[in-house]
Design a protein around this ligand. Structure first.
Ligand code: IVH
Length: 664
C-alpha cells in the first residue's frame, strides 16, 4: 500500500510538472482524476500517509480562523517604474553603464500577487503573501492547492532553506471561465485576473482556493541565494530544474536598446499571452552588481519595471446619453470626464443596455473604472463604491424616446429596449438614411453622417427617396459644404440610381436583413415585386431565412410607410439589371424545397445541404406546405411532426444518401 501510494504521488506530481513547468501535458485529465481518487482512497484507510507533501493537499483542507502573520527575513521589495524609452536610458546610465556593461534579464511583469515560498530540505513548508513587504500572511494551505507549485523539489543540491519568490496569477482563460460560471449562478464576478488571483489566494477555506484556476511563475530568490549561481538568469534556470515554473519569455539582453526590443515584442503580443501583464521587468543579471547597486528605500536600484500604457483608469461618470439606432434600439452611452487610457483619450463608452446599468449599479457622479485593452472599445468595468458621492443620482432608463417621445418598449426575453416611433422618429430616420447611403448599400460617395444629419435637421429630407429631389443650390448652403462639394454629392446621388437588387434590398434597412440575406432573397425571388408579395411561408423557403427574419421582411413589406418609400424610390428612377433565372432545368432536385432536421451520422448537416443544393434543391429552415421533402436524422423533433401533419415526404439518412448517390 505504501509503495502504491508513493507511485501515485510521484505520477501525479510528474503530471503537474509536465503541465505547468514543461508546458507539455502528457496524461489525459481523466487519468489524472483517477489517480487522485485512488490516492484519496488509500489515504482514507491509512491516514498516516496523508502528509503535507502528498498531492491530496491540492484539494484543500479544513478552513482557518485567521491568517497568521509571517515576517519576511529579507524584505519583499517593490519596483520603481519607467514609462518611456528616455526614462529607461536614464536608468541605464544610473546603473549598468556606470559600473560595467553586462546583461540585463528581461521578464514579463505578470499582474498577480507576489508570494514567498519556503522550502526546507526540498519540502514546501511555508508560503506567505508579500503584505507590506516586511510582514505578510501565512497562506501555506492555500498555496499547496496550486498545482503549478511543487510540494517537493526535484533534483538535488538545493540549499537547506530556499526561499523562492514569484507571482501567483490567474490565466486569462481560467478567469473568463470562472466569471462566466459566476454570472450564470448570479454570483459576484471579479473585475480583473489580478483581483481574482488575490481574492482566491486570500481565502480562509483552502477548498475554495483549490477550486480556482491559479498558476505561478518564479522570478527570484530570497533566502538561500548565496548558495546559488552568480547570475540571476542562471538561478532561474536552476529553479526550473528543481521543478518550479519559470516564465518561458524570460530573455537576456544588452543595453537599453536590447531591453526596448524585448518591451516592444512583448507589448505586440500582449493580447495573445495567456496571462495578464502590466509591463516588463529588467534586472541586472550579475548578482555581484546587484549587491553593489543595492537599494533605495523600498526598491532595488538593480531592477526596474517598464510599464505598458495602463489599460484601466479611474474617471468620473458625468452623465448618460441614450442614443437611438436605426431599428430604434436604445443604447445608453456613458459620458465620462476625459481620461487617457490604453493609449487614447476616452470621453464616452457604451453601456450596452439596461441590464448592464443594473449590473454595474451605476449612479451619475460615480467614480468608475474604465478599461481599454488594445483594439477593444472602451468599457466601464466597475464603480468605485467608496468614492460614491452622497448626492449620486441613479441612472434612470427612459420610458419615452429622447428624440421623438414615442414609448420605449422592451420585448420579453430581449436585452434591447426600442423606440416604437419607427420612421416617425427623427433619430431612426437619420440612421435609416445613413444606412441607405452607406458603402455596402447604395454607396453614395460623400454623403456622410454629418451631412445626413443636417439635411434631416433642416427638414430638407425625410426619407431616402427625398435624396433624389435635392437641388445642388440648397445643398451648397449647408455647413462645411460649397458649390463644388454639393455638385459632387449630387452626382454621387444620381449615380447611385443604377444599382443591383441585393444592394437595394439591403439599403432598405429591414431588420436582420444583412447583405447575405439580401443576396439570397434576390436570387430566390428574382424580382422586387415577388418579394413584396411573398407570404411568410414563401419567405421561409429562402436559404438561411428563419421565422424571425421572414416575419421582419413580411411586416416591412406590408407597412404603408415602407411601401410609400419604395414606390417613391422607384419613381425616382432607381433601377437594376434583371437577374437571370439560373439554368436549373436539368438538375434533378430543381424547384424542390428540402428541410433537414435531427442529427445525421455519416455527414454533417452542412455537407448534406451542400450536396442537395448542388443538385438544384433549395434548403429551407422550417417546414411549410411548400416543403417537398423533410430529411430526418436521429432525434428529429418538431419539424418531423410538422412534416407528418402536413403529409410531406420524409426521408431518412439512408434514403438521402441513396438519392444523392443516384443523381451525383
Ligand atoms: S521582481 C526586488 N519580477 O511586481 C524585485 N516582480 O512592482 C521585486 N512582479 O511585487 C520583484 N512580475 O508582485 C519581479 N518578473 C517579475 C515580476 C514581478 C510581476 C510583481 C511582483 C512585485 C511587483 C513590483
Amino acid at each position: 500500500m505504501r509503495d502504491r501510494h508513493q507511485v501515485l504521488c510521484a505520477k501525479i506530481e510528474e503530471a503537474n510538472h509536465q503541465y505547468y513547468v514543461l508546458d507539455k501535458p502528457e496524461i489525459p485529465d481523466a487519468e489524472y482524476d483517477r489517480m487522485m481518487i485512488e490516492l484519496t482512497a488509500i489515504e482514507a484507510c491509512h491516514p498516516e500517509l496523508k502528509t503535507t507533501t502528498s498531492p491530496s493537499v491540492r484539494v484543500g483542507g479544513q478552513p482557518l480562523a485567521v491568517f497568521k502573520p509571517v515576517s519576511h527575513r529579507i524584505p519583499m521589495l517593490s519596483l520603481d517604474n519607467v514609462f518611456s524609452a528616455e526614462d529607461l536610458r536614464a536608468w541605464e546610465l544610473r546603473t549598468c553603464k556606470s559600473w560595467l556593461p553586462g546583461s540585463i534579464c528581461c521578464e514579463p511583469k505578470i499582474d498577480g500577487l507576489a508570494v514567498s515560498l519556503i522550502y526546507v530540505r526540498g519540502m514546501l513548508v511555508q508560503a506567505a503573501t508579500r503584505g507590506d513587504g516586511a510582514t505578510g500572511e501565512d497562506v501555506t494551505e492555500n498555496v499547496r492547492t496550486i498545482k503549478a507549485i511543487p510540494l517537493t523539489l526535484r533534483g538535488e543540491g538545493w540549499p537547506r532553506l530556499l526561499e523562492v519568490r514569484g507571482e501567483v496569477f490567474m490565466p486569462k482563460a481560467g478567469f473568463e471561465a470562472m466569471n462566466a460560471k459566476a454570472r450564470v449562478a448570479g454570483e459576484k464576478v471579479f473585475v480583473n485576473p489580478r483581483n481574482a488571483a488575490a481574492g482566491s489566494l486570500r481565502q480562509l477555506d483552502s477548498r475554495i482556493t483549490a477550486s480556482r484556476p491559479l498558476s505561478f511563475y518564479a522570478y527570484g530568490i530570497g533566502e538561500g541565494g548565496e548558495m546559488m549561481a552568480n547570475f540571476h538568469s542562471e538561478r532561474l534556470a536552476q529553479l526550473k530544474a528543481w521543478g518550479l515554473p519559470v516564465n518561458p519569455e524570460v530573455m537576456l539582453k544588452v543595453e537599453a536598446e536590447g531591453c526596448l526590443g524585448f518591451y516592444n515584442d512583448i507589448l505586440s503580443r500582449r493580447a495573445e499571452l495567456p496571462y495578464e501583464i502590466d509591463g516588463v521587468v529588467y534586472k541586472v543579471d550579475a548578482i555581484h552588481l546587484q549587491q553593489e547597486l543595492g537599494f533605495v528605500s523600498r526598491a532595488p536600484r538593480w531592477a526596474i519595471a517598464h510599464k505598458f500604457p495602463a489599460q484601466e483608469e479611474m474617471t468620473l461618470l458625468e452623465g448618460v446619453d441614450f442614443q437611438v439606432g436605426r431599428t430604434g434600439a436604445i443604447t445608453p452611452v456613458a459620458k465620462l470626464k476625459p481620461v487617457f487610457v490604453g493609449g487614447v483619450t476616452v470621453s464616452s463608452s457604451t453601456l450596452h443596455n439596461a441590464d448592464e446599468i443594473a449590473r454595474l449599479d451605476l449612479m451619475i457622479g460615480d467614480t468608475v473604472i474604465v478599461r481599454r485593452a488594445a483594439d477593444v472599445i472602451p468599457q466601464v468595468v466597475s464603480v468605485v463604491k467608496d468614492l460614491r458621492p452622497a448626492a449620486g443620482v441613479p441612472v434612470a432608463f427612459p420610458d419615452q424616446c429622447p428624440v421623438c417621445a414615442s414609448t420605449i418598449e422592451r420585448a420579453e426575453g430581449e436585452a434591447v429596449a426600442r423606440c416604437t416611433g419607427g420612421l416617425l422618429c427623427e433619430a431612426q430616420r437619420k440612421e435609416a438614411i445613413k444606412h441607405f447611403a452607406s458603402r455596402k448599400a447604395m454607396n453614395v460617395d460623400g454623403l456622410g453622417d454629418k451631412l445626413v444629419e443636417q439635411l434631416v435637421d433642416r427638414s430638407m429630407i425625410r426619407t431616402p427617396a427625398d435624396l433624389f429631389n435635392l437641388r445642388a443650390g440648397e445643398v451648397a448652403e449647408l455647413d462645411r459644404m460649397g458649390k463644388q462639394s454639393a455638385l459632387k454629392v449630387m452626382a454621387a446621388i444620381a449615380r447611385s440610381r443604377n444599382t443591383t437588387l441585393p444592394r437595394f434590398l439591403f439599403a432598405l434597412g429591414i431588420r436582420e436583413v444583412g447583405e447575405a440575406t439580401a443576396i439570397n432573397l434576390a436570387n430566390h425571388f428574382l424580382s422586387l415585386d415577388a418579394i413584396r408579395g411573398a407570404s411568410v411561408e414563401q419567405l421561409l423557403e429562402v436559404t438561411d431565412v428563419g421565422a424571425t427574419v421572414a416575419t421582419h421582411i413580411y411586416s416591412f413589406m406590408r407597412q404603408p410607410h415602407s411601401n410609400e418609400v419604395i414606390d417613391a424610390l422607384l419613381a425616382a428612377g432607381i433601377q437594376w439589371p434583371a437577374i437571370e433565372r439560373k439554368e436549373t432545368a436539368e438538375q434533378p432536385f430543381s424547384g424542390k424545397v428540402f428541410v433537414l432536421t435531427g442529427t445525421l451520422s455519416t455527414m454533417t448537416r452542412q455537407a448534406a445541404e451542400e450536396a442537395l443544393r448542388m443538385l438544384g434543391a433549395k434548403v429551407a429552415v422550417s417546414v411549410s406546405s411548400r416543403t417537398h421533402v423533410v430529411v430526418a436524422g436521429s432525434n428529429a423533433g418538431s419539424k418531423l411532426k410538422d412534416a407528418e401533419r402536413l403529409e410531406i415526404e420524409v426521408w431518412d439518412e439512408e434514403k438521402l444518401i441513396q438519392e444523392i448517390g443516384v443523381h451525383a
